[in-house]
Design a protein around this ligand. Structure first.
Ligand code: BMA
Length: 327
């Protein structure tokens, strides 16, 4: 038995694994939990992140508009399943208008560190890079400097300092639909200047693990366990009909998280259901958050489905540990 290091959340959304189901991750039986038109202006709502907040949950949602522009919105939920998303996008305050000026914002992550909630997202600034902001209440948001130079995506913070420094995973990329991408680790004393970059892991040979042979990117905030940081990530295969996004996980060293101890060669979730296979961008499951309960080892994964709606899936720390192989 592996142990999650973290809080007890007995209000975590949960369903037991269906009888006879053999895969390590199973879906909420009333998926999708958020439809594409959950706010009046949205074309689609997907790739969104949630955290425990007060006696319920809060989240940051990617809502693409009917003009098909990308922005992020705050939302609240009592049960983690039924969400009330604010109809207006997040307004950021910050020291420099050049940075707070909106170009596009997408694929948010949320991470509680020390005393506040940090959000990271893919922020348009002469191409995609990693935007960083914090909030205490999901109403007022203060934007900090972009973490990196363009082009970068999938910036995911660790929930605590490691060796006295804040830590972030990211995926350097290009300005288009990147045909490559490995995961890197960066460190900062102040959440503004990032350095001491380390390579974490890359794609696999097509012959070895095809689903993650084109590019990979960090998904949810890493989950601290007694055996290492459990990272849920996405992996992509380039097919003759476009990219296919699936989900896997890896175990990173607790003190030196750029060292990978284990990794899935078989995916843990793939686009199998109709709402994952068909939508604005077919064949995409894209994880951005996971809620955990240290008492039971339960994990609830929030993921975008076909760039159109939000899905919820369940697993446990032991299921994910058993799905990985030593690298
Ligand atoms: C990536 C990002 C994600 C999206 C995925 C599949 O490059 O744009 O937001 O889910 O492509 O379209």
């Amino acid at each position: 038995m592996s142990k999650i290091i973290g809080g007890s959340y007995n209000n975590l959304p949960w369903q037991d694994k269906p009888e006879g189901y053999i895969n390590p991750v199973w879906r909420y039986d009333a998926n999708p939990i958020i439809g594409r038109d959950a706010i009046p202006t949205s074309n689609s709502i997907f790739n969104s992140a949630v955290v425990p907040y007060k006696d319920g949950f809060a989240g940051i949602f990617r809502c693409d508009s009917k003009a098909v522009t990308m922005d992020i919105y705050a939302g609240f939920s009592k049960d983690g399943i039924s969400w009330d998303i604010q109809p207006e996008p997040i307004e950021f305050t910050g020291e420099d208008e050049e940075i707070t000026e909106k170009v596009y914002r997408y694929d948010p992550r949320v991470c509680y560190i020390e005393d506040r909630y940090y959000i990271t997202w893919c922020n348009g600034y002469h191409g995609p890079t990693i935007g960083v902001a914090y909030t205490f209440d999901f109403k007022n948001f203060v934007q900090l400097e972009n973490a990196f130079l363009p082009f970068n995506r999938n910036g995911v913070l660790f929930p605590k300092k490691i060796g006295d420094k804040y830590a972030m995973l990211s995926r350097p990329s290009d300005n288009g639909h990147t045909p490559f991408g490995d995961i890197y680790y960066s460190q900062s004393k102040d959440l503004e200047y990032w350095g001491h970059h380390r390579y974490v892991m890359g794609t696999c040979d097509f012959e070895e693990s095809g689903w993650q042979s084109t590019k990979i990117g960090a998904g949810a905030t890493p989950i601290e366990t007694d055996e290492g940081w459990l990272l849920i990530y996405h992996g992509v295969l380039a097919t003759c009909n476009g990219f296919v996004y699936r989900i896997g996980c890896a175990l990173l060293d607790l003190n030196q998280p750029w060292k990978v101890k284990k990794r899935t060669m078989n995916y843990v979730l793939a686009p199998d259901e109709l709402y994952e296979r068909s939508g604005d961008v077919p064949n995409v499951v894209f994880p951005c958050a996971a809620l955990t309960d240290a008492d039971t080892g339960r994990i609830a994964i929030y993921y975008g489905c076909a760039d159109t709606v939000v899905g919820l899936a369940f697993t446990t720390v032991d299921e994910l540990m058993a799905a990985m192989e030593v690298v």
